[in-house]
Design a protein around this ligand. Structure first.
Ligand code: PMP
Length: 360
């Protein structure tokens, strides 16, 4: 691993090295079966045990009660933007959406195809650089949808929003799932693509209250009804077996780190250090409001696009990749999910100082 570089990619993103090493071995022979993990039947004893193990590890990690399903689907968070309202919203119902970035907007667009949407708040007036405090809900929404961490704009809900009586919270937690403790009981449904904090792309984790799943439309094509995979333990059809295997290893890795509280502490320390360096700099500045800053994606700029590009290239020469910001914010974005090493934060801060001294 000596020649691995610091990968600040927003996703797919850095994974824990022990998980990668174990997966490399398991691709040839998993659990001494003489067959690789990607070659086992999904109906085999070996894989069904892995799938059950992944669910169990997830439940343990987040303290998920029995009245919730935990299951794995495909299609990414983008499919969930449509699948959530397809299951739970009808033309006579309203869902409230908190508009905090590009991914929220995409979710809103899909929901409008199925029912009434009340955009209960928006931070679009300042290019999504903050999490709005004032939220105005409709009279009786079926659910409230929010994006817990806004990957592109580097903002994050410090705590989940209040949920009106009779409604349930739905969250797109793709970019901060299991980066801190989560009180699952506050949610009707949580969805998260794996490729930032949980594993490789191609598998999406769903944690959903059983009565919410039961309330979903029964008129949809089978695979788009959440009940299908929820009731089949993710094995209604061939699931992304390799992704589920790796997710299980990541859950176990998080547990080995001391659990969600422990990884939250490290994430907090890394982000605090990086933001402090940005505050101390006279060249670089963060783009998100201080009280809304993400602990997963730190966005920053020099104020000069050419200089930003120069800094990204400067970092690349020092063994740091993936720092170019999303085009809608520009500048730089340091994505520092659970598996991102402390040394990479130090390397970035040193590069900022050296660049500033040389070119600032
Ligand atoms: N939601 C959020 C918060 C994201 O960060 C992303 C991916 N960057 C998506 C949704 C879309 O995920 P996918 O490409 O897996 O559909």
């Amino acid at each position: 691993t000596a020649d691995r570089i610091y990968n600040f990619s927003a996703g797919p993103a850095t994974m824990p090295v022990p998980v990668l090493q174990q997966t490399a071995e398991a691709l040839i022979d998993v659990n001494g079966t003489g067959i690789g993990i990607a070659e086992h039947s999904h109906r085999s004893k070996t894989f069904t045990a892995i799938c059950e193990g992944a669910e169990a590890a997830c439940r343990e990690l987040a303290n998920i009660p029995d009245d919730y399903h935990v299951f794995f689907v495909q299609g990414g968070a983008s499919l969930m933007f449509g699948q959530v309202p397809m299951n739970f919203l009808t033309p006579d119902k309203t869902a409230d959406y908190l508009n905090t970035g590009s991914w929220s907007k995409k979710a809103i667009k899909e929901a409008k195809l199925f029912g009434n949407v009340n955009v209960a708040c928006s931070s679009e007036d300042r290019n999504f650089c903050y999490i709005p405090k004032d939220v105005s809900y409709s009279d009786s929404p079926t659910y409230v949808h929010f994006t817990s961490n806004n990957t592109i704009f580097g903002t994050q809900f410090a705590v989940e929003p209040e949920c009106p009586d009779g409604a349930y919270l739905v969250t797109d937690a793709s970019s901060d799932i299991f980066s801190r403790p989560i009180d699952v009981t506050k949610y009707g449904l949580i969805y998260a693509g794996a490729q930032k904090n949980l594993g490789p792309a191609g598998v999406t984790l769903i944690i959903a209250r059983k009565d919410v799943v039961d309330s979903g439309s029964g008129d949809l094509t089978t695979m788009l009804q959440y009940r299908t995979q929820a009731e089949a333990g993710s094995l209604s059809n061939t699931p992304p077996t390799l992704g589920i295997y790796m997710m299980k290893l990541v859950f176990e890795w998080i547990k080995g780190q001391g659990g969600l509280a422990a990884v939250a502490e490290r994430n907090e320390a890394q982000a605090t250090k990086l933001y402090a360096a940005l505050e101390a700099s006279s060249l670089f500045s963060g783009t998100a409001d201080v009280d809304s800053r993400s602990k997963m994606n730190a966005c920053f700029v020099t104020g000069d696009a050419d200089k930003d590009a120069e800094f990204v290239a400067f970092c690349k020469q020092r063994g740091m990749d993936g720092l170019k910001g999303h085009r809608s914010v520009g500048g730089m974005r340091a994505s520092i999910y659970n598996a991102f090493p402390d040394e990479g934060i130090d390397a970035l801060i040193e590069a900022m100082k050296d660049f500033e001294a040389e070119k600032g």
